[in-house]
Ligand binder design. Structure first.
Ligand SMILES: [Zn+2]
Length: 212
C-alpha cells in the first residue's frame, strides 16, 4: 500500500489504469506497491532485474540480426521456388519512387526501432546494474526508449505475416525459414523484457544516482 504524505511533489505517482494519485516510496526488494483502488501493480522492484532486462535486450539484438538476414520463408508454386530474408525484401523495392520510402519505413518499424530500443535500455541500465552513476544522457535515452515503444512493430509484423501466409498457402507451398522462428521468439523476448522493467524503479534510480 503506498504511503500517504502531502509534501514532496516529486514522489507523486499516478495509477496508469485508474489515475488514482499516491505518494510513492521505494519498497523493499521483492515487495510490490499496488493501487488500492484497482490493484494495478505500480512499483515492483525485483532482485537482479536490471541485469535480467539487459540480458533480454541483448537477446533481442542478436535474434533481430538473425531474423533480418536468415531466410524468412520460401515459396514453391508451379515449379518456381523463391526464398527471401527480410533484408532481401527491404531491398526488393529499389526501382524508385515512394516504394523505396515505404520499404525503408517498414524496415525501420520492424527491425531498427526494436534494436534501437534494446540499445537504449542497455545504455541506461548498464551502469545502474553495477551500482555505477548513469552515463550522460541516460534520462533522455530512457525517455526516448519509452516514447518509441508504440512504434516498435516486430509483433505486429509476425501477426501480419501469419495472416498473409494463411491466404497464400492456398496458392503455393510455403516453408518457414529460420528467421520466421527467430521473429516468433523475438515477440516473446520483447514482451518478457517490457514485463521485467519496473519503470518507476528505473526513473528513481536514475534520479538518486545522478547526484551521488
Ligand atoms: Zn488504479
Amino acid at each position: 500500500m503506498p504511503h500517504h504524505r502531502t509534501d514532496d511533489l516529486d514522489e507523486l505517482i499516478a495509477c496508469p489504469v485508474c489515475d488514482a494519485l499516491y505518494h510513492a516510496r521505494m519498497p523493499e526488494t521483492g515487495e510490490r506497491v499496488t493501487c488500492s483502488r484497482c490493484h494495478h501493480v505500480l512499483i515492483a522492484p525485483k532482485e537482479g532485474a536490471f541485469l535480467r532486462v539487459i540480458a533480454l535486450a541483448l537477446t533481442v539484438m542478436i535474434l533481430m540480426l538473425g531474423a533480418t538476414f536468415f531466410p524468412f520463408l520460401s515459396i514453391d508454386a508451379q515449379g518456381f521456388s523463391n526464398a527471401a530474408s527480410v533484408f532481401d525484401s527491404a531491398l526488393a523495392f529499389t526501382d524508385g519512387g515512394w516504394m523505396v520510402a515505404l520499404s525503408f519505413a517498414t524496415a525501420a518499424l520492424i527491425v531498427l526501432i526494436p534494436v534501437l530500443r534494446a540499445a537504449l535500455v542497455i545504455y541506461v541500465l548498464g551502469p545502474l546494474a553495477f551500482g555505477r552513476k548513469p552515463w550522460p544522457g541516460a534520462r533522455a535515452a530512457f525517455r526516448w526508449s519509452e516514447d518509441l515503444r508504440p512504434w516498435s512493430m516486430a509483433e505486429i509484423f509476425v501477426i501480419g505475416v501469419a495472416v498473409a501466409l494463411v491466404k497464400v498457402s492456398d496458392l503455393a507451398r510455403v516453408d518457414y525459414g529460420p528467421a520466421f522462428f527467430m521473429f516468433a521468439a523475438l515477440v516473446v523476448v520483447i514482451v518478457l523484457q517490457d514485463g521485467s522493467m519496473c519503470r518507476w524503479t528505473i526513473w528513481k534510480t536514475l534520479e538518486d544516482k545522478k547526484s551521488s
